[in-house]
Design a protein around this ligand. Structure first.
Ligand SMILES: Nc1nc2c(c(=O)[nH]1)N[C@H]1C(S)=C(S)[C@@H](COP(=O)(O)OP(=O)(O)OC[C@H]3O[C@@H](n4cnc5c(N)ncnc54)[C@H](O)[C@@H]3O)O[C@H]1N2
Ligand code: MOO
Length: 634
């Protein structure tokens, strides 16, 4: 199995092959049991059943503040025929009950008289008495083996007389970062160097799963050096995780190292991201080893899919499971056949359905996991889904938050990001989730009931009017339009405008490399409109076919010197310290269903748009005017 070519073993089969290999090579099935004080046992897993040592309560006690009486003495008492009892004892909640009495009357039902206590109702035996063992009886089974202890569990154990518990010790995970380009967090990075973010993340994932985690020094791409570190780690660790070098590159040594230090059970699973994962065992002390692909999303998901279930198994506990829900896909989701495809999604409730909007798919796009509210798996046998398909989603966030999420699909604008953070600051349950599909895509999503708001700045070349003609065509009379801002669009250029660009007329100039926005984006429509007004053929503009999906991506391309200019907003130019040549001012609007304008969900957004403080912050971004912000223009 030590081939540079990565196989596509189905996930279930890979789990089984690894389990078999662990058993065959003598890897421990469980970590050892240790005795710990009850106070230190939360999060640990019971290594044996827990039997109660004593009953709780340990004596009959009063359940209320009042008087202890004999029930027989109260027979016949009523509103009209009160009974005065003379033999009673004043008790408070929790006091032991003298064997002379068998019931308690709450003090608010007792009228003290000079000769005793007057009762206006008969009392049944054992009223407000907590009997011995009501909660726990001595010798009963309190908890089974293999139970992960929660705060309530350890409290019950202590009530049952246990001061120590036998639990599985926390498994130790050793993490080995590898790669000549990898540098410790906090190092000033030179070109080509990458910060070791995976070790930080994987150690935290392991600790979140209840394990101890240690990270070794970063090891250079040298198979002998990596093998030595793997062997040393296996002496102590219950699981060795080796980061990167899992695929087929010249310096990818993980499979070779694992074969050298033990054996490879699986190299390559039919899961994406995470495809080139290595599952194996180390000999010496036999221990499992996991080769984790270097891309951050692959690393995070590989931990969830392969490390977490193994670590739970070592503790003898059930793997943790995330709650799930059904959701409707906001758009088409293509997927490769033959691979379980793990897709990160944002979620929000639109009308009555939870809608899932897929986030970027790249295994290097860690922010797709940062922003994800859920994960869905397109199984290996399925060639993607159509938009609107009902899918099962594992939840990464609570449903209460998802219910308070405003879903905006359409064109991107920084004001939406600013609004998202301002809304969260005023109410931690409110989320404004915007995803980028261009203005036209947003209007279509709104038509299809997949979002609350569509952000649009779409110029109609025929009328020169923004957004409204498209709203009429796609949504008819049922739509409302609220002005968000006016903003300056212009050419984003390198600092100092080295090519001396003055406007659209300069774009066909030889030596000017343009970077465009995608079809359906408002900025693309604006460019096309400006070109056609001038009768400039788009084919004469070098780079017209090169597409980016956001203003910031255009600015990033100019900043990196991959293009000389692209049309975009001033704020994006400023974010990268670039210069800006104004071309046009355009309105950017929020389109929604008329009925939704008064929806409670959106009230905080309208309040925000009215706030002078928020408007001031928007105008401070530069290139924005809030003169009509919040105005309903239709
Ligand atoms: N010809 C092929 N190329 C690749 C294949 C393939 O099958 N054939 N698989 C691709 C897939 S899928 C993945 S996933 C990656 C896996 O890469 P490796 O595990 O070999 O990792 P590297 O190539 O060393 O690094 C990938 C990427 O991750 C960064 N990295 C590495 N370590 C860390 C760390 N500790 N913290 C943060 N980032 C890290 C590294 O710098 C690279 O950018 O291979 C594809 N290629
Ligand atoms: O399997 Mo890789 O993790 O798709 O990117």
């Amino acid at each position: 199995m030590n081939s540079p070519f990565v196989s596509d073993v189905p996930a279930a089969q890979a789990h089984a092959a690894w389990r078999e290999a662990r058993a065959a090579t003598g890897c421990p099935a469980r970590v050892e049991a240790v005795r710990v004080p009850v106070g230190a046992a939360v999060g640990r897993v019971t290594a044996e059943p827990v039997w109660a040592r004593r009953s709780s309560p340990g004596f009959d006690s009063s359940g209320m503040d009042g008087i202890a009486v004999r029930a027989a003495d109260t027979v016949g008492a009523s509103e009209t025929t009160p009974v005065v009892v003379t033999d009673f004892e004043v008790v408070d909640t929790g006091d032991p009950l003298s064997p002379a009495y068998d019931a308690v009357v709450m003090r608010e039902h007792v009228h003290r008289t000079s000769d005793g206590a007057e009762l206006r109702a008969a009392v049944p035996p054992y009223q407000h008495v907590r009997s011995i063992g009501e909660d726990i009886s001595a010798a009963e089974l309190l908890l089974p083996e293999g139970h992960r202890l929660r705060p309530v569990d350890v409290a019950a154990c202590a009530a049952a007389g246990l001061t120590e518990l036998s639990v599985r010790r926390a498994p130790l995970v050793m993490i080995i970062p590898t790669g000549d380009e990898i540098r410790p967090i906090g190092t000033e990075l030179r070109p080509g160097e990458i910060a070791d973010t995976n070790s930080l993340m994987l150690a935290a994932q392991a600790r979140e799963a209840g394990c101890d985690a240690r990270v070794t020094d970063i090891v250079v791409d040298d198979p002998a050096a990596i093998t030595a570190v793997v062997r040393a780690a296996a002496e102590e660790a219950d699981l060795v995780m080796l980061i990167a070098g899992s695929s087929a590159g010249r310096d990818d040594y993980t499979a070779r190292v694992v074969a050298e230090a033990g054996s490879v059970a699986v190299h390559g699973v039919a899961v994406r991201p995470g495809h080139p994962v290595v599952l194996g065992t180390v000999t010496g002390p036999a221990k499992p080893v996991l080769g984790i692909p270097g891309y951050p999303v692959s690393a995070a998901l590989t931990f969830d899919i392969f490390a977490a279930p193994l670590l739970a198994e070592l503790e003898g506990a059930a793997p943790r499971e995330r709650p799930s829900t059904t959701a409707r896909l906001a758009r088409k989701l293509p997927s490769v056949v033959g691979m379980d495809d793990w897709v990160r999604v944002r979620l929000g409730r639109v009308q009555d359905d939870i809608v899932a909007t897929p986030l970027p798919r790249g295994a290097g796009v860690l922010t797709s996991l940062v922003r994800a509210d859920g994960l869905l798996v397109v199984p290996a046998g399925v060639e993607g889904h159509h938009g609107g398909t009902e899918v099962r989603v594992e939840l990464l966030r609570g449903l209460a938050e998802i219910d308070r999420t405003i879903v905006a699909i359409g064109s991107h604008d920084l004001v939406l990001d600013l609004a998202a953070s301002a809304l969260r600051a005023t109410d931690p349950l409110v989320t404004l989730a915007s995803s980028n599909v261009g203005s036209l895509g947003g209007l279509v999503a709104l038509r299809d009931g997949l979002c609350h708001l569509a952000g649009s700045h779409l110029l109609d070349p025929a009328t020169g009017e923004y957004t409204l003609p498209y709203v009429d065509k796609l949504l008819g009379a049922d739509a409302a339009v609220i002005r968000l801002v006016h903003r300056d669009q212009g050419l984003i250029v390198a600092p100092g405008n080295p090519l001396g660009l003055k406007g659209i007329d300069d774009l066909p100039r030889p030596g000017v490399r343009y970077v465009n926005r995608q079809r359906g984006a408002g900025t693309r429509a604006l460019l096309d409109h400006e070109l056609s007004r001038r009768e400039i053929d788009p084919g004469t503009i070098p780079g017209y076919d090169r597409e980016e999906h956001t203003h910031l991506a255009v600015a990033a391309a100019v900043s990196a010197g991959r293009a000389d200019t692209g049309l975009g907003i001033l704020a994006a130019a400023r974010a990268f310290g670039l210069d800006f040549v104004p071309v046009a001012q355009e309105p950017y609007d929020l389109v929604l269903r008329s009925d939704d304008v008064s929806q409670e969900l959106l009230a905080p957004l309208w309040a925000l748009l009215d706030s002078p403080d928020f408007r001031a912050r928007v105008e401070d971004l530069g290139g924005y005017s809030c003169a009509e912000t919040g105005k309903r223009i239709r």
